[in-house]
Design a protein around this ligand. Sequence first.
Ligand SMILES: O=C(O)c1ccccc1N[C@@H]1O[C@H](COP(=O)(O)O)[C@@H](O)[C@H]1O
Length: 267
Amino acid sequence: MNAVDLAATRGESAPTIKVCGVRQLDTLLLLTDLEVEYAGFVFVPGSRRYISPAAYHELLHAYAREVRRREALTLKLGLSNPPEGGGRAVEAAGEGGASEEDSAPSTKRRLPKRVGVFVRPSLRAIEAVLSRGPLGVLQLHGVAEAREVEDVYFAFRIPVVLAVGPEDFSLVQGVRVPLHAVLVDSPGGGTGRTFPWEVLPRWRALADALETRLWVAGGLTPENVGELLRTYRPDGVDVSSGVERDGEKDPERIRAFVRAVRGGAGE
Ligand SMILES: O=C(O)c1ccccc1N[C@@H]1O[C@H](COP(=O)(O)O)[C@@H](O)[C@H]1O
């Protein structure tokens, strides 16, 4: 991994944010507008946040259409500040094979990097998603052996986030390919439950030894993420349940989470 890129997101700067379980256009537009770095899409059949490859494809197209509509409106009205919601330009996500629909006429805001979330996927399952829309990062849950990570890495050459339980040290120690991040999460994934954060200094040491980022998930909320950041300083935070209301992504909770991470300077 490029040392400069890594330093930019390890300790020395504000932690990155990933909002996971995106299924609606409005959520994706809001994340773009808030300049959230990562948007997660759960390709896990059976999850209530599941998005099919076809629905993912349609969502990306709907996003591109909406960005173009807002750009056109902006030009027509001669606005210097176009309406909120992603219209102020999006540039290609870059990695994982950017598609035409990533691009917008001007390029100030950036579509969050798209993270595909999988539980022990076959290569074919990942390929099925990639054939419908690009992903910038592959997030793997439920991995039992390091070799599974290596197979995915060499098959697609897309950065991998390895999601692990709080005690899965030996699994991560065995991985021989570069990781975009190690994501420490409560067992199960998407549970809305925290784990004992006291284990995080050990994970920090391991992430540093592997020259990768340390991300934390599991029951994060706008209310508790500040304490996590002050005490353990991970490089990234990942949230799903904590920004939902009645099972759907809630714009106000997403805004509150971003504010809590960026100390009020994020909007
Ligand atoms: O969200 C899911 O349904 C899911 C299913 C299977 C594996 C991972 C899943 N989500 C991941 O869980 C964390 C966040 O969870 P939460 O904030 O505790 O709800 C995040 O990494 C999601 O990608």
